[in-house]
Design a protein. Structure first.
Length: 416
């Protein structure tokens, strides 16, 4: 018999619809949403006084192992959108795993990112034991083939690394090559997502016809418009420019409770991992926050994503799962209402990335849900008071042992 959740205030992905009964089917979808209050009967979940939300979607992560996906789900993040992982067999293995089991977050992935030969992001990869090397683009003529190969590998969208050659220490794609990649992706109906953390990158990606910009210029005021779609990754913008977000994380026991002791110890030791950092002058979080406020003012589409990652053996400053709750707080601090920030992490992420089966509490949608204490529509940090997480209708045991993330936790998939 499916689960019946009674009496929670329901945020349906766009707005609060007040107390309701939500009925889940055996098939892992939502059968019915019945507004109104009633007494729960035996066998039903008494959720009165709590809030039920669609499972969170983190629209910018990087995966180093299946342990990341377990950590995501434990924090109510039921779907992650990987924005570059390698090699392709590793990404394919994670996809199969996410499909076959319900104790880890579901996954979509760009697979390999478009970058220059011997440039970012190829240089951040450790040497591959099989001798595999990440393909790079030497110029616009390589775009068609690069995109065709990613399509064949099953990429759900295409990620492009956009940085000014003057701001990075490695070769980078020319604006012409970025435009050629966008053209090739559009012909194959693949969405393009650009890494764009500077004014130059933001403007270049936009001019090249990129569909989604991720990060925000840290080096000054960006040109904004209503037709832009942005995944700001405020958590990463904060982590790149100061230690405050790490301190904020360590100071909130609700954020560290479901992390492994190794990860927390690494954070306390000040380990920030190793990520490509644009060296553009004048980088500051205040610029990112100001740019987000201006995008909101202009009516741009903003989707929540964290840039969660972890370098093997070293926890970085942006952690899987827990960072999504920091991201929501940072979005609200930059001017979004809690309802708007929660929509950015649910229905809007689903709309932008064409995940039509999830992101909303409505009949027929996947039963990816989280139940929290309190009301995140008045205080968005209430999402940290997690009570229950369901993925495809299966309740996740929040008290299950916490393993350190990494490639070594990859095991055979378990059947439901
Ligand atoms: Zn990233």
């Amino acid at each position: 018999m499916g689960t019946t959740i009674v009496g929670a205030r329901v945020f349906d992905g766009e707005r609060s619809i007040g107390p309701a009964t939500v009925v889940l089917s055996d098939a892992g979808t939502i059968d019915a949403v019945e507004p109104g209050e009633r007494e729960p009967v035996e066998g039903e979940v008494d959720a009165r006084g709590r809030t039920l939300l669609p499972g969170l979607i983190d629209a910018h992560v990087h995966l180093r192992g299946a342990g990341n996906l377990g950590q995501d789900l434990r924090h109510g993040v039921t779907t992650v959108l990987d924005m570059f992982s390698a090699p392709p067999q590793f990404t394919a293995m994670l996809r199969r795993r996410a499909y076959s089991r319900d104790d880890e977050a579901d996954l979509r992935s760009s697979g390999l990112m478009a970058g220059a030969v011997d440039g970012w992001p190829a240089v951040m990869l450790p040497p591959d034991p099989t001798g595999w090397r990440m393909p790079g683009l030497a110029g616009p003529d390589d775009a068609e083939r690069f995109v065709a190969d990613r399509e064949r590998e099953g990429s759900d969208y295409l990620k492009v690394f956009v940085e000014n050659a003057a701001d990075v220490t490695r070769p980078t794609l020319s604006p012409e090559t970025v435009a050629a990649v966008c053209g090739a992706a559009r012909r194959r109906r693949l969405l393009t997502v650009a890494h764009a953390p500077t004014r130059w990158a933001f403007a270049t990606a936009r001019a090249a016809g990129v569909d989604v910009l991720t990060h925000l210029p840290l080096d000054g005021t960006a040109e904004v418009a209503a037709d832009l779609t942005v995944v700001p990754t405020m958590t990463m913008m904060a982590a790149l420019t100061s230690q405050d977000s790490v301190r904020a994380l360590l100071d909130d026991p609700r954020l560290t409770a479901r992390l492994s002791s190794e990860v927390v110890a690494g954070l306390e030791a000040g380990d920030r991992g190793g990520l490509p950092t644009s060296s553009a002058v004048g980088a500051s979080y205040a610029h990112a926050e100001d740019n987000l406020a201006r995008l909101l003012e202009a009516g741009a589409t903003v989707v929540a994503g964290t840039d969660a990652n972890d370098v093997p053996g070293r926890p970085a400053a942006v952690l899987h799962g827990t960072s999504m709750h920091l991201e929501l707080e940072l979005l609200v601090r930059a001017g979004m209402s809690p309802a708007d920030a929660l929509a950015a992490a649910t229905s809007r992420a689903a709309d932008v990335f064409a995940l039509a089966d999830r992101g909303r509490i409505a009949p027929g949608r996947r039963a990816d849900l989280l139940l929290v204490d309190g009301d995140p529509l008045s205080d968005v940090t209430a999402t940290r008071d997690l009570r229950t997480v369901w993925r495809r209708g299966v309740e996740h045991d929040l008290s299950s042992p916490v393993h350190a993330p990494g490639r070594d936790v990859v095991g055979p998939p378990r059947r439901r």
